[in-house]
Design a protein around this ligand. Sequence first.
Ligand code: ADP
Ligand code: MG
Length: 622
Amino acid sequence: MVLLQISEPGQSPEPHQRRRAVGIDLGTTNSLVATVRSGTPETLLDSEHQHLLPSVVHYNAAGDVTVGRTAYAQSAEDPLNTLISVKRFMGRGIEDIKTLGSQLPYDMVTGDGGMPSFKTVAGNISPVAASAQILRVLVERAELALDGALEGAVVTVPAYFDEAQRQATKDAATLAGVKVLRLLNEPTAAAVAYGLDQGGQGVIAVYDLGGGTFDISILRLSLGVFEVLSTGGDSALGGDDFDRVLAQWLAEQAGLEHDLNPFQQRELLMAARKAKEILSDQSQVEVSVAGWTGTLERQLFNSLVDPLIDKTLRSCRRALRDAGLKATDVENVVMVGGSTRTLRVREKVAEAFAQQPLVNIDPDRVVAIGAAIQADVLVGNKLGDEMLLLDVIPLSLGIETMGGLMEKIIHRNTTIPVAKAQDFTTFKDGQTAMSVHVLQGERELISDCRSLAHFELHGIPPMVAGAAKIRVSFQVDADGLLNVSAKEIVSGVEAHIEVKPSYGLDDDDITRMLKESFTHAREDMQVRALREQQVDAGRMYEDLLAALEADGRGLLNEEEYHCLEMALNGLNEIRHSQNHREIARHIEMVSKTSEEFAARRMNASIQKALAGHSLDEIEKDI
Ligand code: ADP
Ligand code: MG
C-alpha cells in the first residue's frame, strides 16, 4: 500500500469568524426572528420596538405590499386583499383548500402550476409568495440589526407538517432570498430554547396554544436527538376562541345578542381580547363595550374558557396514548404560544401532567429563540451541539495529505455505523509529530472540501521520512458521530478526536458539493496529479539536500558534487511550478544524477552497521 504523507503541525486553523444566522418562527398569527448575540439568544425588534410581526399581508391594486400591523389594520375594510393565516394554506392542494377557504373570506383560484392561490387586486398570490413577503420583512429586520447579509436561517414548522408543507415553507424562504439552514419542528425548537437537549434523555411534552391552533407534541430525547413520538391538537382551536366565548358573554351583558353587524362584532372581539390579556396579569378587569360597562372577574373568565382548555387536554391524553405513554412518563412540559399566558391554561396543564410546566421563557418567543440557537450551531458559531440523526454518510470523509489533497477514508453513502482505517507516514526525516486534518467532501483539493477538525499526534519516534507507520482510523457511530484516531504502529503513540460530520450541512449543501465534484472531476484529477508531483519533487529535494550536506563532501568528488548540486537547484526552481511535464523531467534527471551517490551512501551505512552501531543510529544517519 502506498503511504501518503502528512505535514508537521504548525499551521493554525483559520481565525474564527462569527456568522450571521437567525431563527424564524413563521407563525399562523404572528411571526418573529431571533438571533444569538454574545452568546445570548434574543428576538429582534422592529422600528416600533415590537417583537411580533402579525402574519398578515395586504396587496393593493398598485401592486404595493404591506406586511404586519399596517396590513392587519386594513383587514376590516379590505378583507379580500388582506391575507391572514396563510400558513394554513401552505403546501395544500385545492381539495384541502376548499374546506379551509370556507372558513376564510378568500377567493381561491388555481394558480401557476396548479397551486391554489388567493385572488387579489394584485393578481393571484400563492400562499408561498405571501409567506415569502413575511419572511422578507423578518430577514430585512435581522440584516439591519446584524449589519450585514445573513448566512442563513432556521425556519420552524409544526411537527405535523408533511413533506409538501415543509417544501412550501422552504420555497417561501428561497423566494425571500434567505438560505434555509434547516427546517426545525416548532416543539423541538421550544425544547432547545429551554436547553432540554443538553439534559440527556427523557420525554418532553410541548403544549402550544396560539391564536387559532393548538398543537401537542410528545418528544423523546436520546443522545442529543429529538424524536417525535406523536403529535395531536386542533387546527381550529386557540386564543381566538377564548375571545369569541368572551365576546359572546359581553354581548349578552350589553343586550346585543342578535343581529350584530360586522363592526359591532369586531368591537366586541377586540374588547374581549384586550380583557383576556389583562386578566393574565390582574384578577379582574373593567370592560366598556357597546354601551355596557362592568367588571369581569378572572373566576368568571375561567369558567368561560374551561371547556376549551378541557378540549386541549383531551388532545394531550390522546397524543400520550398514541406514544404509548402515561402523563407521569413526561419529564418536562414546555409551554408555547401566546395563549399559554392565560393562567387558567397553566393551572389545568399542571394538573393534567402532575407537574409545573416550563413558562420562564416568553411563550411567544420561545420557538424563535430555539431556532436561533440551532441556527447558531449550524453555521458553526458554536461547536458540539448537533441534533440530527444520520443513517448514511452523506459526503465522503477523509484527511488531508501532502500537497493539500483530500484522501477519502469513508466514502459517501456508506451506512453507519462504520469503521475504516488507512496507513499514512511522515514527510520529513526525524518528524515527531503530525497534524491530522479531517475533511468532508467529494473533491480532490482540501480547499474544495469542508474542514471538520484538526488534531495532532505527538511523540512519533524520530525516523526517516516514510518509515513511520501511522494508522488513521475513522469510526462513525449510529448517531453520526465521527471518531478519528491516529496511532503510530511501532511505538503505539495515539491521538484521537470526535467530530460530527453532518455538522452544518443541509441537503442543499450536500447536493451542491456532489454536483461540484462531478463537474470538476477532470480538472480535479489534473490538479491532484500536479500536486502529487510537486510533493514528490519537494521530498526529493529536501532528502537529497540533507544527504548532500551530511555526506556529499565525503563521498563525492568536486565535479560530482557540483553536478548534483546543479541538478538539485534546478529541481528546487521548478518544483512549485504548474508545469507538470517540467517537474517530471527534473525529477527524472535528479534521480539519475543521484543514483551513484545513493549507492555509495548505502554502502557506507552498511559498513557502519557492521562496525557495531545500533540500528537506530544508522536510521538516524541515513
Ligand atoms: P400563533 O402561534 O398562532 O402565531 P401566538 O403564539 O402568537 O399565535 O398566540 C396568539 C394568541 O395569544 C392570541 O390569541 C392572543 O390573544 C394570545 N395572547 C397574547 N398575549 C396574551 C396574554 N397576555 N394573555 C392571554 N392570551 C394572550
Ligand atoms: Mg406559534
